[in-house]
Each structure stands twice: as structure tokens, then as C-alpha cells.
Ligand binder design. Structure first.
Ligand SMILES: [Zn+2]
Length: 226
């Protein structure tokens, strides 16, 4: 019997977050034939230490890098919402944007930042909470009736995966795809200078996370049913 194709939606704050957080899992999903989509909330235009470069140029570069890394991992489409970097917090409009896209894409799985994790970038925390609220708007009938008028019927995803998490409940074995995760991260050239020893750190973290489940390398998620 042919395995059914699952739609996986990864909603993250910045252009390099999907690969950094769960590139090994994304590679695994596309290799097994699943359709993966990204929603990137901000273009990360403040993500540079170079005082002389314009944020507009940074945004443009980072969108290109995101598209390229996603293409390398076999992702179907990257949707950029272009909210301001470092200031993600237009909660109601952003919730509605994400809810509308969930209704349109009808994902089985939604992945986002774990907003309850300690030591966190404010955009990651904000995005995590906003995505959780958007899932409810997408799921329940009486939220924003105009969505149904424009053809976006309620959609209930099966699972929400929060990553990285301080208390993962599900470890995915990425021993076979760690290499592709690292290659995908390397495509985000503009960011590598700001991530000292990133390759070592990513490997070490994958090792530590994988170890708990007997895998060489792993990525951890806090799994919630929706
Ligand atoms: Zn980020």
C-alpha cells in the first residue's frame, strides 16, 4: 500500500530557524515524500554585525538564502510574512495571517519554536505563542467568520511539535540526515559569522539529544495533540 503524503508546516521567526531547529527532520520528511512548507515571520533584517550594510539588503540576502536552503531540503514553498525583526508582536494580525495559511495548507503537522523554553530570543517566544493561538483560530468554527466566506474552512492539524524544547517528549533519529542539515545551514552564508563554532555545536547538540533515545544524532520536540 502506498504511504499517504503528509503535509508538514514549519512556522519560524527568522530565515535560518527551520534548518537550525530541525533541518534533519525536514530532510527526513521530504525524503519519505511528505510535502513541507515554511512560513517565515520576519526576514531577519537586523541579523548582521556589519554596521555599514542596510537592513533592506540583509533582508533580501536572507530571503534568497532561505529559498535556497529550503530548495536543497526539498521544501515545496517558503512563505515570507515580512514582520519586523526583533519586534514580532503584532499579535492579532499575525495570528490571523498564520491561521488563514493553516486553513489553506491543511497541514498534518505544525512545527514552531517552544515558547516555554528558557533563554530565548523574544521573536522565537512570540512566534511560538502566536502559532499556538493561530492553531485554535484555524481549528474552531466561530473564529473570524470572514475566513469561511473567502473559502477557508476550519482545519484541525493532528500534531504540534515545539522545538527546540527543554523537555522533549519525542526524539527524532536524524543520524542519516544530519549531514544534509549541516549543508542546509551552510547555505545561510550571511549568518555563519554570527554563529561561532556552529557546526561543532550543532553536532554536539544532536549527539546529546539523540543519546537519550539511543540514536547517534537526534532532534527533540515537545509534542502536543491539537
Ligand atoms: Zn531566529
Amino acid at each position: 500500500m502506498k504511504k499517504s503524503v503528509k503535509i508538514r508546516l514549519v512556522v519560524m521567526a527568522h530565515p535560518d530557524d527551520p534548518e537550525l531547529a530541525c533541518g534533519g527532520t525536514i530532510a527526513k520528511w521530504t525524503e519519505q515524500g511528505d510535502e513541507v512548507y515554511y512560513i517565515i515571520v520576519s526576514c531577519g533584517e537586523k541579523g548582521t554585525w556589519d554596521r555599514d550594510v542596510s537592513p533592506f539588503n540583509v533582508a533580501e540576502t536572507r530571503e534568497k538564502e532561505a529559498n535556497e536552503a529550503a530548495k536543497y531540503l526539498g521544501v515545496k514553498k517558503v512563505i515570507f510574512l515580512r514582520h519586523p525583526d526583533g519586534n514580532i508582536g503584532l499579535a492579532n494580525t499575525l495570528k490571523l495571517e498564520i491561521a488563514a495559511l493553516i486553513r489553506k495548507l491543511k497541514p498534518h503537522t505544525i512545527v514552531t519554536h517552544d515558547p516555554w523554553r528558557r533563554h530565548f530570543h523574544p521573536d522565537h517566544r512570540a512566534t511560538g505563542f502566536i502559532v499556538i493561538d493561530a492553531i485554535m483560530i484555524a481549528r474552531d468554527w466561530h473564529f473570524y467568520p470572514f475566513l469561511r466566506e473567502i473559502g477557508l474552512e476550519p482545519h484541525r492539524a493532528d500534531e504540534l511539535l515545539l522545538t527546540p524544547s527543554d523537555n522533549p517528549t519525542f526524539i527524532n533519529d536524524i543520524s542519516k540526515t544530519l549531514d544534509r542539515k549541516i549543508k542546509a545551514i551552510r547555505i545561510h552564508k550571511s549568518q555563519l559569522g554570527q554563529l561561532p563554532n556552529w557546526e561543532q555545536r550543532i553536532k554536539k547538540m544532536a549527539e546529546t539529544v539523540g543519546e537519550t533515545s539511543g540514536f547517534k544524532y537526534g532532534e527533540g520536540f515537545f509534542q502536543m495533540r491539537i
